[in-house]
Design a protein around this ligand. Structure first.
Ligand SMILES: *Cc1c(COP(=O)(O)O)cnc(C)c1O
Length: 365
């Protein structure tokens, strides 16, 4: 029976332990597994290679992202590193976007400096499509982008990329598999910072990868086992528990985001408002730069903190936080000026969030 993603999420880990009938995923901390005999294995030998709790999460992300295999890593950045180092050869060219998570940019830049790979940064979809040639090994995108909320057409990019034998990687952290399934749209690899929406409670650092195709799955399996940045069992368990409520949380994140977008559009101290249509991520321009600091100080429900996708509403100043490592001229070229603030709506009552913004603006006037 084909199941909806919501059902798979709510049931993650249930029926994984036939012996006890445990409904919640069992947590296996054991690092070593006794062999039934010489040249025999239960399927588990040593924790870096495989762990039953991690398997539940890996199988789960593969299923909800329509992939053939899944991988659970110690952070979103470890997931990105797994894919880059596991699938590229020295000297390979990667086409990516300028409007990228700051940490991804920092990592790409460092690898290029070290002489490992070449990265080309694009602003528009037309520019990106044009750069997909036989010389390129991988295209790496985020859609929508962070924090400018620009969306890219995964299907179109994957089609052109595959004509040239290019691996297509999508960071799906912002939309989650409930709003976008990159593999079903033609991508080869999908990455999540599961620290954000998937776990959803601002209490665990984790990265997930799902992929299509035997060769990519084999390469990533080898790389994760070899380099070892796997997600610890208890953290796997926390992510599994968080994912069970993702579909409910996302509805409230989105309801709150839509109300905030409406409010901000009518607030005359605000310039442009950026919202991609799904998720709880909203960016906006505060017209008067000198008001950024008092505005943040005035907020009573939003926390001034750098993360996203959790039940608590957060507000970020990308210039000094998430995107501090992107040079100013590069940032400003795609609209990420010093005026931009980024909100991640939590699941609080909509009216309370709008009221908090309103009182913070009122005190500035
Ligand atoms: C946070 C984030 C990452 C990095 O993930 P960590 O779990 O913090 O290592 C990568 N991509 C996006 C879009 C993110 O928001």
């Amino acid at each position: 029976m084909a199941k909806h993603i919501e059902t798979i999420l709510a049931q993650l880990g249930n029926r994984s332990d036939e012996e006890t009938g445990a409904v919640s995923a069992p947590l296996y901390l054991s690092t070593a597994y006794r062999h039934p005999g010489l040249a025999q294995s239960t399927g588990y030998d040593y924790i870096r290679t495989a762990n039953p709790t991690r398997d539940i999460l890996q199988t789960g992300i593969a299923e909800i992202e329509a992939g053939d295999a899944g991988f659970a890593c110690s952070s979103g950045m470890a997931a990105i590193q797994l894919v880059i180092e596991g699938l590229l050869q020295a000297g390979d060219q990667v086409v990516t976007l300028q409007d990228l998570y700051g940490g991804s940019y920092r990592y790409f830049h460092a690898r290029q400096q070290a002489g490992a790979y070449q990265f080309t940064y694009c602003l528009t979809e037309a520019d990106l499509l044009e750069r997909l040639t036989d010389d390129v090994a991988m295209v790496f995108i985020e859609t929508p982008t962070n924090p400018m909320m620009v969306t890219f057409d995964i299907e179109k990019i994957a089609q052109k990329a595959h004509e040239h034998g290019i691996i297509v990687v999508v960071d799906n952290t912002f939309y989650t598999p409930l709003r976008q399934q990159p593999l079903a749209l033609g991508a080869d690899v999908v990455i999540h910072s599961a620290t954000k929406y998937l776990s959803g409670h601002n209490d665990v650092l984790a990265g997930l990868v799902a992929c299509r195709g035997e060769k990519i799955a084999e390469d990533l399996t080898f790389q994760l086992n070899t380099t070892g940045a796997t997600l610890a069992p208890f953290d796997c368990w926390l992510v599994i528990r968080g994912m069970k409520t993702l579909s409910l949380r996302l509805k409230q994140h989105e309801q709150n985001a839509r109300a905030i977008v409406d409010y901000l559009k009518g607030q005359d101290q605000v310039g442009q408002v950026y919202y991609a249509g799904h998720s709880g991520m909203v960016s906006f321009e505060l017209k008067d730069l000198s008001k950024i600091e008092p505005f943040l100080a005035n907020l009573k429900i939003f926390s001034f903190a750098e993360s996203l996708g959790g039940v608590e509403s957060l507000i970020t100043y990308p210039k000094t936080q998430t995107h501090a490592d992107i040079p100013q001229d590069l940032r400003e070229a795609y609209g990420l000026t010093d005026h931009i603030l980024r909100i991640s709506t939590g699941i609080e009552h909509t009216d309370d969030l709008v009221a908090d913004l309103a009182q913070a603006f009122d005190q500035l006037a």
